[in-house]
Write a new protein. Sequence first.
Length: 255
Amino acid sequence: MKPSSFARLGIRSSWRRLVGGVCFAVGLWGAGGLPAFAESSLANVLQDGKIRVGVLETFKPFGFRDANGELAGLDVDLAKDTAERLQVQLELVPVTSANRMQLLQQGRIDVIIGAMGDTEERRKIVGMVTPHYFTSGPNVLAKAGVFKQWTDLKGQTTCAKQGLSYIRFVQQEIGAKMLTFGDLPEALQALRNGRCVSLLTDDFQVMTLLASGDWSGWEMPLPARENVGWSVGVPVEELDGPLGRTMAGLVYEWH
């Protein structure tokens, strides 16, 4: 794992609190605690000796491919820390914003650590672990001087990656025309090619793009809106079970 990435979240290591959190999770079932634990996803992870974590691979700096083609980024570091603390092997599974929740529902991954905003709609199908491990809000990447207010997007074509939680707001409340793509690089290329006049994404992502030096003459022009907390995702039925409670304890330690 990369200490510099953990420093951004102020992560602290503490086996005592992790083990205590697992014991607390099991203890909540009282006399029926052990049978409930035995049937949980966490028990399966420990028995198999492996945890499958869904991470993004085109969302720098959280999940991306490095120069060697290996998955890297903050979310990847957090996945590695999870496996290390549970003393199991880690299987990183590339996901997208559009398919990550479906893969979790299908049992093809155990946990999502993939820049996933916690929304009321998503809570119906995914267990959103709290506390949140990061927060961000919507904004756009656009050429300097084109936009000043969110209402300026009305009737304009805006690119975004599929599955972004902000799309509904910009499309329905603002009245922008949305053009969505499977991943961020596709959306950025469409922006470069003039297929849209702005890119809708997380404000932190826009700042990262601008800091790269590849977008001279572009800006993040719009006023900030309400931030959305990012959650680790577990199966909805596991949120209050051993897996959900253990992940909540880990997130607490990451702060």
